[in-house]
Design a protein around this ligand. Structure first.
Ligand SMILES: *Cc1c(COP(=O)(O)O)cnc(C)c1O
Length: 387
């Protein structure tokens, strides 16, 4: 059935026919509770009526023109994102990797303004920034990079959640122009840094004249309990990228920047044929309307607390569990041993989960679960893990 697809994914033996809220139904009519939402994409759940209506109406009127012309819906979306984030300007792309490519290009232009001929960006171990050549170079995972050498030059590695090492790199490497990090590392298994980590990175970036670039492709759009995860900390980055949850399934990415960093791109520097087209912007407007009108940032925080507490109770006494952690609705149960088989067992049990980094059960459920759905999720996940 997949003979004509390049073999980039080891696909599970299931296909879904429809969805409603937190539930998906497969082609045999079996129902699943979706605790993964297509990897933090469908934060409002499936077939959300506001998104469906917005994209149907927009598709009937006009899907795409070009960035050669004015696109008022795109400009309005940028204004909204800026007022929600404290940023000044937005570049729209179609994915997380593309949003990060824009951020990397902005960092290199920042280097030029400082007369640094070979600007370098510090990126963290265990990070994930995408699969394009620049973003896989930034990614701190050899599995993502292996086979694709030569990687790009101009990247320096540092451990995550370690400001001392960043400080030392600053003392020894005058080519550094930016630090690029995730506020919570998602793909490598929900790694949550110290509460003051982002503040300390901000202070170091200020002292060194580095751009602070936050990759909020996964953490953004309300997932951690604020629109962006850095909004828990009181700091502002210079550049922030997002994508996944922004269109609830319609591809859209965004690179937001503030201050001088927002003015580095000039005509001819960057572009995208599809980026920020009318259909994608209509979806994102509907997502923002819903997140704000339904108070889903606070809801994500409360649901996260509820699920975390439930998991801790339900898994207490399970010796296979190493740690249960979460920030809003980025939740993880780390096991002592690799547990990739839990994904397939979850399918049998009607729950969609993911296993990251071999040992971490990762949950990224919708932000608008009911309490009953959250409790069902806890029950199914604890049953799955307790076997
Ligand atoms: C998923 C992800 C990306 C890549 O996004 P794509 O849309 O797949 O290109 C980049 N950064 C982070 C933190 C992600 O979670």
């Amino acid at each position: 059935m997949t003979d004509n697809l390049m073999q980039t994914y080891r696909r599970l033996p299931v296909a879904f026919a429809r969805g409603q809220g937190a539930y998906l139904e497969d082609t045999d009519g079996k129902r699943y509770l979706d605790a993964l939402t297509g990897l933090a994409v469908c934060g409002l759940g499936h077939a959300h009526p506001a998104v469906t209506k917005a994209i149907s109406n927009q598709a009937a009127a006009l899907i795409h023109t070009s960035n050669l012309y004015q696109i008022p819906l795109q400009a309005a979306l940028a204004e909204r994102l800026c007022s929600m984030s404290g940023m000044d300007r937005v570049f729209f792309a179609n994915s997380g990797a593309e949003a990060n490519e824009a951020a990397i290009k902005i960092a290199r232009l920042h280097g030029r303004t400082r007369n640094i001929a070979r600007p370098a960006i510090i990126a963290a171990d265990q990070s994930f920034h995408g699969r394009t050549m620049a973003t896989l170079t930034a990614t701190g995972n050899r599995k993502v990079q292996a086979g694709f050498e030569p990687l790009l030059s101009g990247f320096v590695r540092a451990p995550y959640n370690d400001v001392d090492t960043l400080t030392k790199i600053g003392e020894n490497n005058a080519d550094v122009v930016a630090v690029m990090i995730e506020p919570v590392q998602g793909e490598s298994g929900i790694n949550i840094p110290a509460d003051d980590y982002l503040q300390k990175v901000r202070a170091l970036c200020d002292a060194r004249g580095w751009l602070m670039i936050l990759d909020e492709v996964q953490t953004g759009n309300g997932r951690t309990g604020k629109y962006f995860a850095y909004q828990h900390t009181g700091i502002l980055p210079d550049v922030v990228t997002t994508a996944k949850g922004l269109g609830n399934g319609v591809p859209i990415g965004a690179c937001l920047a503030r201050g001088a960093a927002a003015d580095l791109f000039q005509p001819g520097h960057h572009g995208s044929t599809f980026g920020g087209n009318l259909l994608a912007c209509a979806a994102a407007h509907a997502v923002l309307d819903t997140l704000v009108n339904e108070g889903l940032f606070g809801r994500a925080a409360d649901l996260g607390d509820r699920i975390l507490k439930g998991l801790k109770e339900g898994l207490a006494g399970n010796n296979g569990v190493r740690e249960i952690r979460g920030k809003g609705l980025m939740l993880a149960v780390e096991m002592n041993e690799p547990c990739p088989d839990l994904v397939g067992k979850g399918l049998d049990a009607g729950i969609l989960i993911n296993v990251a980094n071999d040992c971490v059960v990762r949950l990224l459920p919708p932000l608008n679960l009911t309490d009953a759905e959250a409790d069902e999720l806890v029950m199914k996940v604890t049953a799955l893990i307790n076997g």
